[in-house]
Design a protein around this ligand. Structure first.
Ligand code: SF4
Ligand code: SF4
Length: 476
């Protein structure tokens, strides 16, 4: 029994019988392609160079997931910087909203690494090895398992994909670590070798197999498009008023400017027909603009049948720069990003957190003295190593033992030291005594934090669970 056949094409990358329709877009030379080529190669250079660029002695971008530390342009955000990271993430989201409201999917078509590498590295190589869209289609039709030209293409893809995978990994582990893995024996670095191998395979799967599917299925941006764009957003659009009714032939009586040549369709990297209106699959790459402009020049019509425009402008309502979202987004961005910059600028040189004990909140010694154990966690946010000393004030006669004080903490690192505070039983009122823990680094940093010690209320209360644990204390 044969598989059921759809009455027409359901998806641009699906044949009627449900099989994958491989897209072999025809390149369209033109002013937009020239501009995009320049932008793409500048971006490729930047994407590859970033792991090699150092600022303040750190990689320009390093996303250390293992230690939950994120470095951006010389500034490292530690695991304790939840607020800062949240403000930065919200600022980025608002910036994306604003960019989309103003310029549509400009990121997708011009700057996204997926588009840039696919359209300016991998597809050109495919055309070079396989002889253009026609050659690729013929190889598809031949259906041979082994074709020397396709094999050569895949070998080249593997080399480039492997390089890109290593570059991608360097964003997460640093170039030094990647180099160490590359030149070391896989036996010596089985984890590193596995990560590199999996990333290379993922890179190959993306550029050999998934291709435009990554934009259409995996990336959520297309699905957000209807919420992010409005009638005045800049989009790549077909001027249906001018183009319709479309039709072939020299006699243009009663026809629009579209000669139905399909050039805009055959060049589209996502396989859609822009004449069907704004679609989720359109990444606004401008290839159909170049294709159609070339046709218009040939038939003696003005260029721009497909052009950057807006839904409102196409309906003759003009373009409106000032809209609710183009006013609110910049205000929200300024507020959130301003708060982020303020917090970043005036943040302490160290993050101190007082933590309760891991076990019982206090112990009563044979001589009746009460001992509390607490832990002082110190994150050194400064650019140099410091030795942090700890003392406890606020109660006379306290015995304080801080076996690790002063404790050396390297820049960007977090260390924890134990602290034992012993007080007479009568120092507690209703089982509580508040003391002050003072932390200094001998120069740049000094902070004082209140901490509630716990003790017995009555004899039988020894070991009760009245203590606060893991509570972050703010300086007094
Ligand atoms: S419709 Fe045009 S702009 Fe949109 S993806 Fe296709 S070629 Fe690019
Ligand atoms: S390239 Fe232009 S003229 Fe040709 S089908 Fe597309 S819109 Fe019509």
């Amino acid at each position: 029994m044969s598989a059921p056949v759809a009455p027409g094409r359901v998806l641009p990358t699906l044949n009627e019988d449900g099989t994958r329709r491989w897209l072999r877009p025809k390149p369209s030379a033109g002013a937009w392609l020239s501009r995009r080529t320049i932008v793409a190669w500048v971006l490729i250079f930047i994407y590859v160079a970033i792991p090699h660029v150092f600022m303040n002695g750190k990689p320009a971008i390093l996303l250390n997931l293992q230690r939950r530390e994120f470095t951006f342009f010389g500034t490292t955000f530690l695991p304790t910087d939840t607020l800062l990271l949240m403000l930065l993430a919200i600022s980025t989201v608002i910036a994306v909203f604003l960019a989309s409201a103003l310029a549509g999917r400009v990121w997708c078509g011009w700057a996204c690494p997926q588009t840039v590498y696919m359209e300016f590295v991998f597809r050109p190589l495919e055309r070079l090895f396989e002889g253009g869209p026609r050659g690729s289609t013929q190889i598809d039709k031949d259906g041979k398992r082994f074709h020397p030209r396709r094999f050569a293409k895949h070998v080249t893809y593997l080399i480039i994909g492997s390089f890109l995978a290593h570059t991608f990994l360097a964003y997460f582990v640093g170039w030094e670590q990647v180099t160490h893995w590359v030149f070391g024996s896989p036996k010596a670095h089985p984890v590193g070798f596995t990560i590199v191998t999996i990333t290379t395979i993922a890179m190959m799967l993306d550029f050999v197999y998934f291709r435009e599917q990554t934009c259409m299925v995996a990336c959520p941006y297309g699905r957000w498009q209807s919420a992010l764009l409005d009638n005045d957003s800049l989009i790549v659009a077909y001027d249906y008023n001018r183009g319709e009714p479309r039709g072939l032939g020299k006699d243009r009586t009663g026809k629009g400017d579209c000669v139905d040549c399909q050039a805009c369709v055959t060049t589209c990297p996502t396989g859609i027909d822009i004449r069907n209106g704004l679609q989720m699959e359109c990444i606004h790459c401008t290839q159909c603009m170049d294709a159609c402009d070339a046709v218009m020049r040939k038939v003696g019509k003005p260029e721009g049948l497909i052009r950057y425009s807006s839904l409102a402008a196409l309906k003759g309502k003009g373009r409106h720069f000032l809209r609710v979202r183009t006013v609110l987004y910049p205000i929200a961005f300024t507020a959130v990003f301003g708060t982020f910059l303020y917090q970043l600028t005036f943040k302490d040189a160290a993050d101190i957190t007082l933590l309760g004990p891991a076990g019982a909140p206090f112990t009563v010694q044979p001589d009746g003295m009460v001992t509390n154990q607490l832990r002082v966690r110190i994150a050194n946010r400064s650019g140099i190593a410091h030795a942090y000393a700890v003392e406890v004030t606020g109660v006379d006669g306290a015995q304080v033992i801080a076996p690790m004080s002063p404790m050396a903490v390297q820049p960007g690192r977090t260390e924890t030291m134990p602290l034992f505070v012993t007080l007479p039983r009568d120092a507690f009122e209703e089982g509580i005594r508040t003391v002050t823990v003072r932390v200094t680094d001998g120069g740049n940093y000094a902070g004082a934090f209140p901490y509630r010690l716990t003790g017995p209320i009555r004899e039988k209360d020894e070991g009760h669970d009245d203590a606060e644990r893991g509570e972050k204390r703010k300086p007094e």
